[in-house]
Design a protein around this ligand. Structure first.
Ligand code: URA
Length: 423
């Protein structure tokens, strides 16, 4: 087979055969297909799209490129949750314990921060939770206390790892079939029986509009069906950060608030929705019944107690969460309603003050971040606080922060959960 012919076929809008996709992916992984050839093929895919059949094939070929985690020795149905990534997205910290407190096995592999979005593993490490363990220990902990959250184990989907890194630097991330196959190949390799996906849409997310979100959700659900896995997609708003806190320690503090049945309304709403679907799928019960159990466990501290036992089991400690001591109040220079927040820019600011990695090898400063005092639809007076910024050794221009907010005369209504898409 000839990679140049394969690129040419896609360039001319033809459907690639299973063999052609396999040749390109396997060849790229073993070095026969070069970066520049894969880049050209990816760009042709971005422009000319992939059929459903091509996307199913690409997912399977990437899935088969590495290890698959066998979770069959875990008691009961294992339900996994995946977020497509956003700013202030701390749902996993809360959700995993909440779902486990309902008696559902949570065997979760999570990632680190990427770009301007934060990652669960960094947040857990900020309270000393150890996120590496053997597969046997991982399964044992889930069977003992219903929950374990670790970083990626084994050599899962190496083809996606290599292709994703190339997409990141060749402007070829934004393709619905490429995103769907990338996410689903990893989820299928992680061994869960059922999957709930929190698909973020908005100016702080990879997917900017609801039409693309729905198309991506339907495609991921169909890939799940093709692999005998039930998938539910919850499309949620990322036109502003989730909750008020952005930054590792600050987000852990906010998560604990929600686990204690307090905290911001939007985080609570999303967590309750995601948890209800996970519990309903795992226990095969009606959604309303699952929701009652979830709310009961939040109200009665059962989710919080589960969180404490999970943190203890993995060597962490919430008693000494530290936040930066240099705290500045950023005040509005205008009066009116908040009409728009540049979410990715706020995420970028937290990254630049040390809360994320600018280079892969950078060490994160867990203590820095932002806590919003105003969100979209809120009224702000001149000189009233918009947010607090927690700094250590790096500074940030006030003008740049203020530029993240648009203030107008009309109150904007927002809706957090935009769609729930099931099979
Ligand atoms: N997240 C992934 O894992 N893959 C993509 O392609 C996009 C977001």
């Amino acid at each position: 087979m000839d990679i140049i012919k394969i690129i040419e076929n896609k360039k001319n809008g033809l459907e690639l055969t299973t063999e052609e996709i396999k040749y390109a992916v396997d060849g790229y992984l073993n070095g026969e297909v070069k970066d520049y050839q894969m880049s050209a093929l990816l760009m042709a895919i971005v422009i000319n799209n992939m059929s459903k059949r091509e996307t199913f094939d690409l997912t399977k070929i990437m899935l088969d490129s590495g290890d698959k985690i066998d979770l069959s020795s875990i008691d009961g149905v294992v339900v996994d949750k995946h977020s497509t990534g956003g700013v202030g997205d701390k749902t996993t910290l809360i959700l995993a314990s909440l779902v486990a407190s309902c008696g559902v096995s949570v065997a979760k592999m999570s990632g680190r921060g990427l770009g301007y979005t934060g990652g669960t593993i960094d947040k857990l490490e900020s309270i000393g939770v150890k996120t590496e363990m053997t597969l046997d220990d991982f399964i044992k902990q889930v069977n003992d206390i219903k929950i374990a959250v670790v970083g990626q184990m084994g050599n899962l989907v190496p083809a996606d790892k290599k292709i994703y890194a190339l997409r990141d630097v060749t402007a070829t991330v934004e393709s619905i079939p490429l995103i769907a196959s990338s996410i689903m190949s990893k989820k299928l390799a992680s061994g869960a029986d059922k999957i709930v996906i929190d698909l973020k849409v908005g100016n702080g997310a990879l997917i900017k509009n609801i039409k693309d979100a729905k198309e991506l959700a339907s495609l991921m659900i169909e890939i799940g069906k093709d692999n005998d896995k039930e998938v539910v997609c919850i499309v949620s708003d990322m036109n502003q950060p989730l909750g008020n806190a952005i930054g590792n320690s600050l987000e852990v503090i906010e998560s604990i608030e929600v686990l204690k049945n307090k905290g911001p309304k939007d985080v609570r709403e999303l967590v309750i929705s995601l948890a209800s679907h996970m519990v309903s799928m795992a226990k095969n019960i009606e959604l309303e019944e699952a929701k009652k159990e979830v709310i009961y466990n939040l109200k009665n501290n059962l989710a919080y107690e589960k969180f404490l036992s999970f943190v203890k089991a993995q060597g962490g400690n919430i008693d000494n969460i530290e936040v930066a001591r240099k705290v500045f109040s950023i005040k509005s220079i205008k009066e009116g309603y908040i009409t728009k927040i540049n979410t990715s820019k706020l995420g970028e600011i937290v990254k630049l003050i040390g809360g994320g990695r600018v280079n892969k090898e950078d060490k994160i400063n867990y203590k820095v971040g932002i806590v919003l005092n105003k969100k979209i639809g809120d009224y702000v007076k001149k000189d009233e606080e918009l947010l607090k910024i927690y700094l250590e050794d790096k500074d940030m221009s006030i003008k740049e922060i203020l530029n993240c907010f648009e203030i107008g005369s009309k109150k904007i209504e927002t809706k957090l959960i935009k769609e729930i898409i099931c099979q």
